[in-house]
Design a binder for this molecule. Structure first.
Ligand SMILES: [Zn+2]
Length: 89
């Protein structure tokens, strides 16, 4: 299968900032973009589905964003089972 790479007119490389150096090509699954002047490379799925790798990365980032506990917040004390302490002895 012959891969046809086409330059994108007016496209600016987000890494090196050069214009008209981005070219694009695709295979069965993905569309790629690459810069001929630096190492910039990007790809996206043709069906619009989020990249599996990207999805995992975003999930991990979201997990890091836990709500911060205010320093002066009081912990909630649950005393619904006061007899539990007596059973331990
Ligand atoms: Zn570049």
């Amino acid at each position: 299968m012959k891969v046809i790479k086409r330059f994108i007119a007016g496209a600016v490389c987000p890494r090196c900032g050069e214009m008209d150096c981005i070219r694009t090509f695709r295979d069965e699954e993905r569309e790629y973009k690459e810069c001929v002047r630096c190492d910039y490379e990007d790809s996206m799925r043709l069906d619009g589905e989020p990249d599996q790798q990207m999805e995992e990365l975003e999930t991990r980032v979201n997990q890091d964003k836990k709500p911060e506990i205010e320093p002066d917040a009081q912990p909630l004390l649950f005393t619904s089972n006061p007899g539990a302490k007596r059973k331990d002895h």
